[in-house]
Design a binder for this molecule. Structure first.
Ligand code: PEP
Ligand code: MG
Length: 575
């Protein structure tokens, strides 16, 4: 059946491919048929996932502190037993063989039977153990999710797979990052959720907030994802398909043309140099940053190093990751943001206790100050990496003067411990703060007195100014970067920093959105940090811009109290 769904566009571009339904490692999974020739490899995939989870549980056992309560190791032992019980480890293999079904489905079907048996048990303690069965199954599903199985559509390079999910966590996206998918579509999510940001960083078309896509689309349906308009076409007719194939090749041509600008300096028509930096999530993203000709890393979201794992990365592991990025940037500045965990970026991939209101809870610097040993290990790792190039340290979600002071005190402590051990580091390391809470934007002198630079996180600034959860598609229509309050805070922060001679950048999604390039230049911004995939398009816009033309119009945008008028003025600015 041919139909069209509308959602929020996440990342520009068009992709055409076949639907691959996935679960977000939760217990709703796709059921699809495995071709006879692929049954053996599907069983191998299942076995490999079991083996991986066995390894995780072994690792967990090895890390149990001596003083941990006895229940803890009993619980890990129980999970190991459940995993090795033939109901979960053997029967799904038989199901895959006899029914030619995918491993996820076989596993969940078995789990359902097992959970029913638990329900019949009278002893309340034993009955509750079904939660452990679910947790073990979730672990195996997660391991399978990282290694999607063959589907009938995965037959050639041209036939791309498009992930269709109800919801995906940022941790899930990191797993998908290792595979070559053509696009992503989800029922839930807002355009500046971290899941969406990661999809954008992959440079592939994606749409979120499609509501019923996961329910309506079947495995292997032919899909067109128009990430520009947020339109998903299911089972298109040949004329529509032809039209989109044409548009797709036009977009590819435009991308190729942009590549020629890689080493052209980003200078406006009236000669003002503009700095364009890249945002990265994982050390390997540094390649994309270099390919896009970024002048530095303006935001390294380090929390992604902490995801999809049961234990925290050690100081040494972190040091190596930071050093690799710093070395790869060959003397260009690398702004490493300290751990911004919490809200939609839960450490364990979203199953932890996030608190009653996660976005307002123990997130980012609040979490780090509550867990100083984690923060100190990260600070030491960043400092150790600082001797391999030019490192800047950026602290997220600051709102209070005492948070700045405590952060700086812990930094001094980390520095002292390194100095004592004669470990070299850059003693002149610059420390900056994210301006992403309205309170911070309204109390700038407090930040400017104590820090060396500022970076505006527009994603959170908008979320907290307008009181809308950036991950919630039901309020996505209220997420408005052009709201007068948002524009006022952004312009005020840029202008105040410029007046005080303090370095200021924007590293939220507004920096990589062409709609706002000229407006931000008009507000006085000279340093943008964005996903590498956006960088050359923003550069091209800058090359065609004269600053002299912007001032008056952007001031008018700032004064406008009427949304329609604001949009007209923006259109004029961009014409
Ligand atoms: C922001 O809030 O704009 C930002 C850059 O940080 P993150 O998107 O990681 O919250
Ligand atoms: Mg933020």
């Amino acid at each position: 059946m041919n139909f069209v769904l509308h959602g929020s566009p996440v990342s520009a571009g068009i992709t055409i491919g076949y639907a691959h339904l996935v679960s977000s490692a939760r217990l709703e999974v796709a059921h699809y048929e495995i071709p006879a020739a692929a049954v053996d490899s599907e069983i191998e995939r299942f076995d490999a996932a079991l083996e991986r989870v066995r390894g995780e549980l072994r690792e967990l056992t090895g890390h149990i502190p001596a003083d941990a309560p006895a229940e803890f190791s009993a619980f890990v032992d129980l999970h190991r037993m459940i995993l090795d019980d033939s109901t979960l480890s053997e029967v799904p293999r038989d199901l895959i063989r006899s029914e030619h079904c995918n491993a996820e489905w076989a596993l969940v079907r078995q789990m359902a039977g097992l959970v029913e048996q638990f329900d019949a048990i009278e002893d309340p303690y034993l009955r509750e153990r079904k939660a452990d069965v679910r947790q073990v199954v979730e672990r195996v599903l997660k391991a399978l999710l990282g290694h999607p199985g063959p589907t009938p559509s995965q037959t050639s390079d041209e036939q791309k797979l498009i992930i269709v999910a109800h919801d995906l966590s940022p941790a899930d996206m990191i797993l998908f990052k290792q595979h070559q998918f053509g696009g992503f579509v989800t029922d839930l999510g807002g355009v500046t959720s971290h899941t969406a940001i990661l999809a954008r960083s992959l440079g592939i078309p994606a749409i979120v907030g499609l509501h019923l896509a996961r329910h309506m689309i079947r495995e292997n349906d032919l899909l067109i994802v128009d990430g520009l308009q947020g339109v998903l076409i299911v089972a298109p007719d040949p004329a529509v398909l032809g039209e989109y194939q044409l548009r797709q090749s036009q977009l590819e041509l435009e991308r190729q043309k942009l590549r020629r600008l890689r080493s052209t300096p980003a200078t406006t028509l009236d000669g003002a140099p503009i700095e364009l930096h890249a945002n990265i999530e994982l050390p390997q993203d540094v390649e994309d940053a270099r390919e896009a000709g970024a002048q530095g890393i303006g935001l390294f979201r380090t929390e992604f190093l902490f995801m999809n794992r049961r234990s925290l990365p050690s100081e040494d592991e972190q040091f190596e990751a930071y050093r690799d990025v710093v070395a790869a940037m060959r003397g260009l500045p690398v702004t490493i943001r300290t751990l911004d965990i919490g809200a939609d970026k839960a450490l364990d991939g979203g199953t932890g206790d996030a608190g009653p209101n996660p976005a307002l809870g123990l997130r980012a610097i609040r979490y780090c100050l509550a867990e100083p040993h984690i923060f100190l290990a990260q600070l030491r790792a960043i400092l150790r990496a600082s001797q391999f190039g030019r490192v800047r340290l950026l602290i997220p979600m600051l709102a209070h003067a005492h948070e700045i002071e405590q952060s700086l005190a812990l930094l001094r402590q980390a520095q002292a411990s390194l100095a004592e051990a004669h470990v070299p580091y850059d003693r002149g390391i610059e420390v900056g703060g994210m301006i992403e809470i309205p309170a911070a934007a309204l109390a700038l002198p407090m930040f400017m007195r104590k820090l060396n630079f500022l970076s505006i996180g527009t994603n959170d600034l908008i979320q907290y100014t307008l009181a809308i959860d950036r991950t919630d598609d039901t309020v996505a229509h209220l997420y408005d970067p052009l709201h007068p309050a948002v524009l006022h805070l952004v312009a005020h922060t840029i202008q105040s920093a410029n007046r005080a001679g303090m370095a200021i950048a924007v590293c939220g999604e507004m920096a990589g959105d062409l709609t706002f390039t000229r407006l931000l230049l008009g507000f006085g911004l000279r340093n943008f940090s964005m996903h590498p995939a956006q960088l050359l398009a923003v550069k091209e816009r800058i090359l065609r811009t004269s600053l002299a033309d912007l001032k008056a119009l952007s001031a008018r945008v700032l004064r406008s109290a009427d949304g329609t008028r604001t949009r007209e003025l923006i259109a004029k600015l961009n014409s």
